[in-house]
Structures are given as structure tokens and as C-alpha cells.
Design a protein around this ligand. Structure first.
Ligand SMILES: *Cc1c(COP(=O)(O)O)cnc(C)c1O
Length: 375
């Protein structure tokens, strides 16, 4: 089945009594065990609604199994702490999500876990590998500069060294990029973003194939970050339109990136779909669409960034991303606020950088709003 069909149909729970089209919501936290021979319990990640949504996501990403968490960070922290412990070393791409970066720098030292942040190319990640390296962790396109990591090249390096790989695939969504098909072991999403897509749901997902699933599930059951039935249903409902939404977001973002790239008040645009973007060729190789995220820097001599944000009428300055509403934020004040100024500078994140999460509105209305605010 194609992606859009999988979005609508994969994993749905049949309703044999009423033939309702939608999966029934099973809210029980207690399930009988005599007939099933299985202990079903929300924190064991095996309730009907958890499993049906996981089945849809597995179809979309090309994986065997998965776990749904109460947030993206619950998914990320559980995965990281499954794969590395005292005495181990992890190699991570430097420009990962701010929350993940903070988790590593704040918690790993307390736990006796060593780590190295490397640039996002396979050679740099490889040269950071040590004898005790247990994990290579990447994120592409990255936040907020949309740097593109060659997923297949990283998977090849890791395999050669016998090291497990994990990727944060939030920005691409399963519609645009399927890292498991490129050799990555663990695919993570903050479902709060594109998967949920309406800015009304917080969740996370870990998708894997083979033995590794058991290890993550065992730790996840102890940490207890599972998703409740009502949120599972909201996520299932959202996923039915994921294909439609992301396709429109891809188109809108491309049109806005092209427009901003030629605008005299814009100094620089970061979008992997622009030929001028350093990651364009790799993105074209590994992505079906270039995504709905772009960043840009205003020409500070002609436009005051703060006033620009205040003058936007349709596009709301707001945190998070991936929803149907177009929103904008300054990463230095939001997603990367926990980093020091020096760390942000090392990542190339200027305080005036703006990140746009493009929604599904009519693109001309978005362009008019940006132009009017710059004017
Ligand atoms: C938002 C986000 C996260 C964290 O997800 P939460 O649902 O907020 O916990 C992780 N990675 C990326 C790329 C994100 O955008």
C-alpha cells in the first residue's frame, strides 16, 4: 500500500458489533488474563489502542515493532538509557534537538556515561568512535538549521563497527523519510509534532526491528512513560491525514523558501529543498519531500527581528512545530534556550535566526503575511 493508504487504513481495530469505521477506544487499565494468556496493561505498552497505532506507524516506517510514549523526550530518554550505561560511550550529532542535548549534558555525567558530540557527516561521527562506543545518534534534517546527515553512510559506518544506530526522524516525518529502510536500527519521533499535527497532543514513538525491541521495551516498562488510550486514539485520528498534511506542508515550505531566498530583506534561508542548501543532494537522495521546516535570517540593517515577529498577523510566534497552523520562533529563545550562548554559537545558531514551521494554509496568505511584517 502507498503511504496515504497506510495512513488511513493500517492497524485499525475492526468493530465487528457495529461496523464502525473508527477503532473503538479501550480505556481499561485492567484486562483479564485467562483467555489471552497475556498480561495486558497500559505501562506494558500492549493495550489494543497502543498496538493499533504502533501497527500503523510500523507500516509507515517499515519496522516490526514499536512503543508509544507520553512525550518525545520520554521516547528519547528511554532509548538512550537502554543503549548506554555506566562505562559506555555514545557518539551524537552535535546539532540535535535542544532537549536531547540537555538530557545528555545534564544526566549522562551523573550516570557515568561518556559522550562525544560530532559534526553531522559520517567521517566525523566515525572518528569519534571509541572501543566502548555503544550508540551513534543522529537527527536529520536537524533543528534549526536543517542540516542533512547522510543516513545510509552513517548506518554503514555503524554496522562496520558493530554499533547500534538511532535517529530522531521528527522533522522529516515517515511521509518524507524512512531511516529503517536505509539501515538505521531505531527510529524515534516526537509525535507531538507532525504525527499529531494539530498542536493538541503530546506523545513520542520508538520504532525498531528485531531483538533490540525487547531491550527497549523492558527498560520502558520500568521507566513507565507509556501513552494513554485517549491520546492513542487522538494520534490515530491525526495519522489518517498525515500524508495529506505533510504533502501540503512540503509544497508550502518550498514556495516560501523560494520567495524568501530572493527577498531583499532576507539575509539567508535554510531549506534542504533549495539547490543552494549544502545538504540538497543528500536530501534528494534520501527524502521523498523536503519537509515543512525552514529557517531564515533577516537583514538586520533593514528589519528588526523582534518588531517583525510582533507585526505578523496570521503566523503566530509560538513554540513547537509540525502542526496545521504556520508558526514561527527564535530558537535562541525557545528550543535552544537551555544551551549556553557559547554552545549555540558552536552550533551556528545566531540569536536573530527565525524558524518557520509551515502549516497547511493557502500559501499566498502566508507569503503576504511575511512580506507585510518585513515591510
Ligand atoms: C519536540 C522535539 C522533541 C521532543 O519531543 P516532546 O514531545 O516535546 O517531548 C524531540 N526531537 C525533536 C526533533 C523535536 O522537535
Amino acid at each position: 500500500m502507498g503511504k496515504a493508504t497506510q495512513c488511513v487504513h493500517s492497524g485499525s481495530i475492526a468493530d465487528p458489533i457495529h461496523q464502525g469505521l473508527n477503532s473503538p477506544i479501550f480505556t481499561s487499565s485492567s484486562f483479564g488474563y485467562l483467555k489471552t494468556g497475556d498480561n495486558v496493561y497500559p505501562r506494558y505498552f500492549n493495550t489494543p489502542n497502543q498496538q493499533s497505532v504502533v501497527a500503523k506507524l510500523c507500516a509507515l516506517e517499515g519496522t516490526e515493532s514499536g512503543l508509544l510514549f507520553g512525550s518525545g523526550m520520554a521516547a528519547i530518554s528511554t532509548t538512550l538509557l537502554t543503549l548506554v550505561g555506566r562505562g559506555d560511550h555514545a557518539v551524537l550529532q552535535r546539532d540535535i534537538y535542544g532537549g536531547t542535548h540537555h538530557l545528555v549534558t545534564a544526566e549522562f555525567p551523573k550516570l557515568g556515561i561518556d559522550y562525544t558530540f560530532a559534526n553531522n557527516d559520517a567521517e566525523d561521527l566515525e572518528s569519534a568512535i571509541r572501543s566502548n562506543t555503544k550508540l551513534i545518534y543522529i537527527e536529520t534534517p536537524s533543528n534549526p538549521l536543517l542540516r542533512v546527515t547522510d543516513v545510509e553512510a552513517v548506518a554503514r559506518v555503524a554496522r562496520r563497527h558493530g554499533i547500534v544506530t538511532a535517529i530522531d526522524n521528527t522533522f522529516a516525518s515517515p511521509i518524507n523519510q524512512n531511516p529503517a529502510m536505509l539501515g538505521i536500527d531505531i527510529v524515534i519521533h516526537s509525535g507531538t509534532k507532525y504525527l499529531g499535527g494539530h498542536s493538541d497532543l503530546c506523545c513520542g514513538v520508538v520504532l525498531t526491528t528485531g531483538e533490540i525491541a525487547k531491550r527497549v521495551r523492558s527498560v520502558a516498562m520500568s521507566f513507565g512513560g507509556s501513552l494513554n488510550a485517549t491520546s492513542c486514539y487522538l494520534l490515530e485520528r491525526s495519522l489518517k491525514t498525515l500524508g495529506l498534511r505533510v504533502e501540503k506542508q512540503n509544497q508550502n515550505a518550498m514556495a516560501i523558501a523560494r520567495h524568501l531566498a530572493t527577498h531583499p530583506s532576507v539575509k539567508r534561508v535554510y531549506y534542504p529543498g533549495l539547490e543552494s542548501h549544502p545538504g540538497f543532494d543528500v536530501a534528494r537522495k534520501q527524502m521523498r519531500g523536503f519537509g515543512g521546516m525552514l529557517s531564515f535570517q533577516l537583514e538586520s540593517r533593514t528589519v528588526n527581528t523582534r518588531r517583525f515577529l510582533e507585526r505578523l498577523a496570521l503566523i503566530m510566534p509560538a513554540v513547537s512545530l509540525g502542526g496545521v497552523d504556520t508558526i514561527v520562533c527564535a530558537p535562541a529563545e525557545t528550543s535552544h534556550v537551555k544551551l549556553s550562548a557559547a554552545e549555540r554559537a558552536e552550533m551556528g545558531i545566531d540569536d536573530g535566526l527565525l524558524r518557520l514551521s509551515v502549516g497547511v494554509e493557502d500559501v499566498q496568505d502566508l507569503i503576504d503575511d511575511l512580506d507585510a511584517a518585513m515591510q
